[in-house]
Design a binder for this molecule. Structure first.
Ligand code: NAP
Ligand code: MG
Length: 405
């Protein structure tokens, strides 16, 4: 079989620990034998981030602006323990945060559905994709503990010095207060990313907030979505047969639970934080969750939703084989190939992405899986495999699907 050719490179962002080990295995067993792999490689492993003063992270995001599609391995976000472990010069920021800030994107997370791993919610048949706004609100709030009686006000001083104010509360005793904000530019790019992704994936878009109670703050979110939808997307949505739908957050939650899935649920920052863990857990496993950062300019960065699986890595370092699930990382690659194939009009590359995903899912459905899935599957006579054997098993199926000798 001739290898499938690529015309434009993917931006490849390597990472840390167990996922870095899986990354190599996936490339060697599942990609390089079949695809004439073209990537521009950036090593986002913590040692290299430290060596380059984190410049490599910035460079990889800039390269994503140039080539439009990136695939990223999970990376360590340093904390005090990691400072010591890796003798770091600085407590570098989360690479995901840095990349998101530079690409101005929204993160979409969707479960990978496979027979034998049943969602806890019986009605869910299709994936629910969660889009979380990643700026502001309670994550950038200022707070005060109010020690005793007194007045708290919101005060806005404009650039010309004019002042307007609003009383928050006349405290009769002790209490607490919080001030939070958001920005039109951030809400607008969040809305555009959601509308664009809905079109790309031909799924309905739901957005929910609490505008009945929060008549200015949440209402503004609703208005921003509504205005952009009417001006820029209504015609495109109608042409592609999908809908945009706004409802109250409590109503949305009731509808989500009763739904079949198969739509995108856009959430404000806090709602998205809480609801993405709920959706991931209810679908079965974080190791079966894909994640893609989509910018309103049309840049895409694919990754797994889980971290570097540190505990397994330490076992690996002791020379033990581990049963770490590579599926979300495989799907990061297939997602990136499919998008590259669409942009460059390479149907062969899109087909390869489809078959790689199919080979992975059929392997699990045949009862061969990693330990995390074996613990929750409804299949019987399961064969628990380590990562290397599981990946080789996927390769055998992939070769058959591709019609290799
Ligand atoms: P984690 O890597 O997601 O792993 C937490 C636990 O979940 C694992 O110990 C394992 O459970 C299970 N798990 C996650 N992915 C799995 C997989 N593919 N296969 C099998 N089991 C899996 O989170 P963490 O250990 O809290 O964080 C480790 C590092 O990842 C941290 O330094 C953090 O900064 C980083 N992180 C990076 C990203 C990212 O780059 N996107 C996201 C989150 C965290 P058992 O141990 O029970 O087997
Ligand atoms: Mg959370």
């Amino acid at each position: 079989m001739d290898k499938i050719r690529m015309t434009t490179p993917l931006v490849e962002m390597d990472g840390d620990e167990m996922t870095r080990i899986l990354w190599r295995m996936i490339k060697e067993e599942l990609l390089e034998p079949f695809v004439e792999l073209k990537t521009e490689y950036y090593d986002l492993g913590l040692e290299n981030r430290d060596r380059t003063g984190d410049q490599v992270t910035v460079d990889s995001a800039e390269a994503t602006k140039k080539y439009k599609v990136a695939v990223k391995c999970a990376t360590i976000t340093p904390n005090a323990a990691r400072m010591e472990e890796y003798h770091l010069k600085e407590m570098w920021k989360s690479p995901n945060g840095t990349i998101r800030a530079l690409l101005d994107g929204t993160v979409f997370r969707a479960p990978i559905i496979v027979k034998g791993i049943e969602p806890y919610v019986k009605t869910w048949k299709k994936p629910i994709t969660l889009a979380r706004h990643a700026y502001g609100d309670v994550y950038k709030a200022s707070e005060m503990v109010i020690p005793g009686p007194g007045r708290v006000e919101l005060v806005y001083t404009a650039e010309d010095g004019s002042v307007s104010s609003e009383t928050v509360h006349e405290f009769k005793g002790a209490g607490i207060v919080q001030g939070m904000h958001n920005l039109d530019c951030s809400m607008e790019s969040f809305a555009r990313s959601c509308f664009q992704y809905a079109l790309d994936t031909r799924q309905d878009l739901w957005f929910a907030a609490k505008d009945t109670i929060s008549k200015k703050y949440d209402h503004h979110f609703k208005d921003v979505f509504e205005e952009i939808y009417e001006k820029e997307y209504r015609a495109k949505f109608e042409a592609s047969g999908i809908t945009y739908f706004y409802t109250l957050i409590d109503d949305a939650i009731a509808r989500v639970i009763k739904s079949e899935g198969g739509f995108i649920w856009a959430c404000k920052n806090y709602d998205g934080d809480v609801m993405s863990d709920m959706v991931a857990t209810a679908f079965g496993s974080l190791a079966m969750m894909t994640s893609v950062l989509v910018s309103p300019q049309g840049y895409y960065e694919y990754e797994a939703a889980h971290g570097t699986v540190q505990r397994h890595y330490y076992q690996h370092l002791e020379g033990k084989s581990t049963s770490t699930n590579p599926v979300a990382t495989i799907f990061a690659w297939s997602g990136a190939f499919r998008k590259r194939g669409e942009l460059d009009r390479l149907p062969e590359l899109c087909r390869f992405a489809d078959l790689l995903e199919r080979a992975s899912l059929e392997t699990i459905e045949s009862g061969k899986m990693t330990k995390d899935l074996a613990l929750i599957t409804s299949l019987e006579n399961v064969n628990v495999m380590d990562s290397a054997d599981f990946i080789r098993e996927i390769r055998t199926r992939l070769e058959a699907l591709l019609g290799c000798e």
